[in-house]
Design a protein around this ligand. Structure first.
Ligand code: F6P
Length: 347
């Protein structure tokens, strides 16, 4: 049996743990494991690298992916479908394991419909893929963001400033919620729940009245609804946004907008920090290495059991699987009830 393994979409801590576990499991089962370079593009370019005990040695603690990644879709190319199918057949892959986020699983689903035996592994720091409790990478990102909040507290307190931290989270506010609560933030803005900038201002002023001359505000990059409030539905700002190769708007910058607005309305010195790619880089946490390893082993078992068109899933501490169609049907966003419960911290 011959399995092709690819990593697609944004890089994410824990990718190498998954690749390593797949290679080791394949070795123990006498299955040929072939790394496909740079996501789905590697199949089109016939760019491959054999995965064995040696090629995956010493990578479990490394961020990024030894296979490289891209946001390339063969289905966006003229004649791409046919070319993809031919190349997969010519290479003799019995299955492809696609380690990716929501966009990459859309491609995996199309490939499955085309007749390619695909198994998915859910990856994203945003934790927004349905059908699984956690995606690997999220724990690392949430820990990095929490540490950033801890560090911002120093300057906030010493200089009596309002500090805004912008974290990643395109459609879902998981990183903002987990790091914000863990770091003791005074307000959190997420894409799922529209709030008014004056709600934030009110908390800052309440704290001031209680003698707290600083505040920490966390905002997800995807909480772009604040642009509407600031620019009164003037879409010029949105229209200017560049797109990535999955056709999605490139995000980043709402933290600065929010900081400006808070400063205007409170007259307190306010600064913004955009955490950006730091959240995706560096060593994965023990949890992400463990989760990645479990996903890797399970994905090979899924291939052996012919559970194609399905994605590994981690549910209540156990590995199982869900259909890719179900997983990509709806994003897993933060429950508004959960957000409302946290209001006790935003006063
Ligand atoms: O999908 C994960 C993510 O981290 C998003 O939160 C973010 O919008 C996106 O990746 C940015 O990644 P890139 O700049 O590589 O497209």
């Amino acid at each position: 049996m011959k399995i092709g393994i690819l990593t697609s979409g944004g890089d994410c801590p824990g990718l190498n743990a998954v690749i390593r576990a797949i290679a080791r499991k394949c070795d123990s089962e006498k299955i040929e494991a072939i790394g496909i370079m740079n996501g789905w593009k590697g199949i089109m370019d016939e760019s491959y690298k054999p995965l064995n005990l040696n090629s995956v040695a010493g990578i479990i603690n490394r961020g990024g992916t030894i296979l490289g990644t891209s946001r390339y879709s063969p289905f966006e190319e003229k004649g791409g479908e046919e070319k993809l199918l031919n190349k997969v057949n010519r290479e003799g892959f019995d299955a492809i394991i696609c380690i990716g986020g929501e966009g990459s699983h859309h491609i995996a689903y199309m490939a499955h419909k085309l007749g390619i035996n695909v198994v998915g592994v859910p990856k994203t720091i945003d934790n927004d893929i349905s059908g699984t409790d956690f995606t690997f990478g999220f724990d690392t990102a949430a820990n990095i963001a929490t540490e950033a909040i801890d560090r911002l507290h120093t300057t906030a307190e010493s200089h009596h400033r309002i500090m805004v931290l912008e974290v990643m989270g395109r459609h879902a506010g998981w990183i903002a919620m987990y790091s914000g609560i863990a770091g003791g933030a005074d307000y959190i803005l997420i894409p799922e729940k529209k709030v008014k900038i004056d709600d934030v201002v009110k908390v800052v002023m309440n704290r001031y009245k209680r003698g707290k001359l600083f505040s920490i505000i966390v905002i997800s990059e995807g909480a772009t609804y604040i642009e509407d409030e600031i620019f009164k539905k003037n879409k010029t700002l949105n229209e200017k946004k560049k797109l990535d190769s999955f056709g999605r708007a490139r995000l980043g910058g709402v933290g600065h907008l929010l900081a400006n607005e808070i400063e205007k309305r409170t007259e307190f010195e306010t600064r913004a920090t955009i955490l950006g790619y730091v959240q995706r880089g560096g060593v994965p946490t023990a949890f992400d290495r463990m989760l990645g390893s479990l996903y890797g082993i399970h994905s090979v078992d899924m291939v052996k059991n012919k559970r194609f068109g399905r994605m590994c899933s981690y549910r209540s501490g156990k590995m199982t699987d869900v259909s890719i169609k179900e997983a990509i049907g709806k994003l897993k966003t933060v429950d508004v009830e959960f957000f409302d419960k946290m209001q006790v911290f935003f006063r």
